[in-house]
Design a binder for this molecule. Structure first.
Ligand code: ADP
Length: 577
């Protein structure tokens, strides 16, 4: 029941018309299949000189044909039969194409929903999870669900055919059909354990695949460290173990699949021989009916086997769908309020302030920030300094509107930045962290990412303003592609591009989190001059320790263990250090 519910839920994501169309095609396909099979009886009867073995249903079919003006001859029966087969093939072709399109539509929809849910989740929720797990879910789990869904669609189509076969078999001999159904039911019951195992194996495969994803991404991210430490062999061994785990789970599933196939084949052959014997010896069936019946059962056995395998595959994929459901549910619980306030842009005319802000991270005894109250007057520069772990980055996340405080408030000109306003506020803030992120794309596109409408001239000025004119000296200038995460550029070069990108958007507030730390003194001075030029235009918060930065700021805030230890001009807080 659970599996049917899961299947219908997935199907529910598809447009109604598509699903209805698919159902109609399945139904017509199985109807033509049944009629085609039924026509075989009189055909075989004619071949044997009789008229269909005297079965009342067959007689009825022949009467219908006669009423339609068709002579009951082998030729006309063969013609109708061929027509039916061609018609059915055309329908099957349409059904398969529609099924494949439906599968892609459902998978794409699911992947988009997952990605949208991830993007819409609270920052706290995002950082609490593993990036690798989310990647595995978006790539592997969604694909596994898609493959499983395809098997479930084939299962539905196969079931429709099986019903048609059984209906024809019932018309030819209901006692034999009931016997076949009972024995089929027995085989299905015998395989219950394997179906349970398929579900469990699917769950283990999910775990193994998550491990592999995590391992690959972590190993690639840490490849430099691995080489420096000479840990290649150890990493290789860990990788071997993880891939071994995945292989084991896949082989276990294949083994269970092959086992059920073998059982079906042997059991089917026994049952078929039994029916033939029973049909001839006990029920004295006429040969044409018996032959068609045997042919039906001979087709039903592999069909049931395929149906069972499809079901097996669907059960195997279901844990992936459950993972997706769990993620969607969790994202929904932790979703950020949508930015639909309609209250427009947030400008800073007077002041950005923090009122008694407290932030706690799960699993941490002490709060990262505790009752912090600060004021950032508009168009001034504030430097935040303090030892590592003092809460500086957390403070930056609060100011950006990325984190919602557990207690207290962020306010812009007195208006609380909470609920949907947090998203509105984020659009007004530019943030440059220490580890800047650049897309694997041209410098131009990296800049346009923040300001899609910027002109060539604006891009040029933005780069010049932050001492990033080295870009124009590169052979391809703005069209130079920066490598994965911008690794082909030095740390300082990446930071200057990120700074230009941040300023292009004309933010109301600029937050630099240790952003000039990778610059040499000369370039740092140039960036500082650029920031100095912004003085009076923009509210700037600089997190850092460089003396020049601290001296230049209008106000310096010293954070210690989540508290404001001192604030004022550099002379005030340094006490003549
Ligand atoms: P700073 O930027 O001054 O080095 P942070 O704001 O990064 O300080 O961290 C303040 C405290 O909060 C530290 O004790 C740090 O370990 C903890 N912390 C920061 N981020 C998280 C997180 N995502 N989960 C748990 N603890 C965190």
């Amino acid at each position: 029941m659970k599996s049917l519910h899961a299947f219908l839920k997935l199907l529910g994501a598809a447009p109604r018309g598509w699903t209805a169309g698919l159902m109609v095609l399945m139904l017509v396909s199985s109807l033509t299949e049944g009629i085609g099979l039924l026509l075989l009886v009189p055909m075989l009867g004619l071949l044997g000189g009789g008229q269909g073995g005297g079965n009342p249903v067959v007689r009825h079919v022949l009467e219908v044909l006669k009423a339609g003006g068709l002579p009951v001859s082998l030729i006309s029966l063969l013609a109708v039969f061929l027509l039916l087969v061609s018609f059915r093939s055309a329908i099957q072709y349409g059904r398969e194409r529609l099924g494949a399109s439906l599968q892609h539509l459902v998978v794409d929809e699911l992947r988009l929903r997952c990605f949208e849910a991830l993007l819409g989740a609270e920052w706290r929720w995002i950082v609490a999870g593993r990036k690798q797990d989310h990647a595995n879910l978006l790539l592997t789990d969604v694909s596994r669900t898609g493959v499983g869904f395809n098997f479930a669609l084939s299962l539905a189509a196969g079931l429709a055919s099986a019903i048609a076969y059984l209906a024809v078999a019932m018309l030819l001999s209901w006692p034999m059909t009931l016997l076949a159904l009972a024995s089929g039911g027995l085989v299905f019951w015998l395989l219950a354990g394997q179906r349970r195992a398929a579900f469990q194996l699917g769950r283990k495969l999910g775990e193994a695949s998550r491990n592999l994803h995590g391992n690959v991404q972590e190993s690639l991210a840490g490849i430099k460290l691995t080489k420096i430490l000479g840990m290649e062999a150890r990493h290789l061994e860990r990788f071997r173990q993880t891939t071994g785990g995945l292989k084991q789970e896949q082989l276990s599933f294949l083994k269970s699949n092959s086992g059920s196939r073998a059982l079906f084949q042997v059991g089917g052959a026994f049952l078929l021989a039994g029916y033939l014997y029973a049909g001839l010896s006990f029920w004295n069936m006429p040969l044409p009916s018996l032959l068609v019946l045997v042919m039906l059962f001979a087709r039903l056995v592999p069909l049931f086997m395929t149906l069972h395998q499809n079901y097996h595959q669907w059960l195997h994929a279901m844990p992936a769908l459950y993972e997706i459901d769990a993620l969607l549910e969790s994202c929904e619980i932790s979703a950020e309020p949508a930015s639909d306030s309609g209250e427009g842009r947030m400008n800073v005319r007077e002041m950005i302030s923090l009122d008694d802000v407290t932030v706690r991270y799960p699993g941490r005894e002490l709060p990262a920030l505790e009752k912090v109250s600060l004021q950032f007057p508009a168009r001034t520069t504030t430097a935040i300094t303090g030892p590592s772990g003092a809460g500086k980055s957390t403070l930056a996340d609060i100011l950006i509107g990325l984190l919602a405080p557990d207690e207290g408030e962020l306010r812009v000109d007195g208006e609380p930045v909470s609920g949907s306003r947090r998203k509105d506020w984020r659009r007004e803030v530019a943030y440059v962290p220490q580890d800047v992120f650049l897309f694997h794309d041209s410098i131009r596109n990296n800049l346009l990412w923040a300001a899609p409408g910027a002109t060539e001239e604006e891009l040029k000025i933005a780069l010049q303003n932050v001492a990033a004119d080295f870009v124009f000296g590169l052979p391809q200038g703005l069209d130079t592609v920066v490598g994965d995460e911008g690794l082909r550029l030095s740390g300082g070069e990446r930071q200057r591009i990120a700074l230009a990108r941040a300023l292009l958007n004309h933010p109301a507030m600029l937050i630099l989190d240790e952003a000039t730390s990778a610059l040499d003194l000369d370039n740092e001075a140039r960036v500082r001059q650029a920031i100095e030029k912004l003085h009076g235009d923009l509210t700037v918060v600089i997190i850092g320790h460089r003396l020049a930065t601290l001296e230049q700021a209008d106000k310096v805030v010293v954070l210690e263990k989540g508290h404001v230890a001192a604030q004022g001009s550099w002379q005030d807080v340094s006490g003549g250090r």
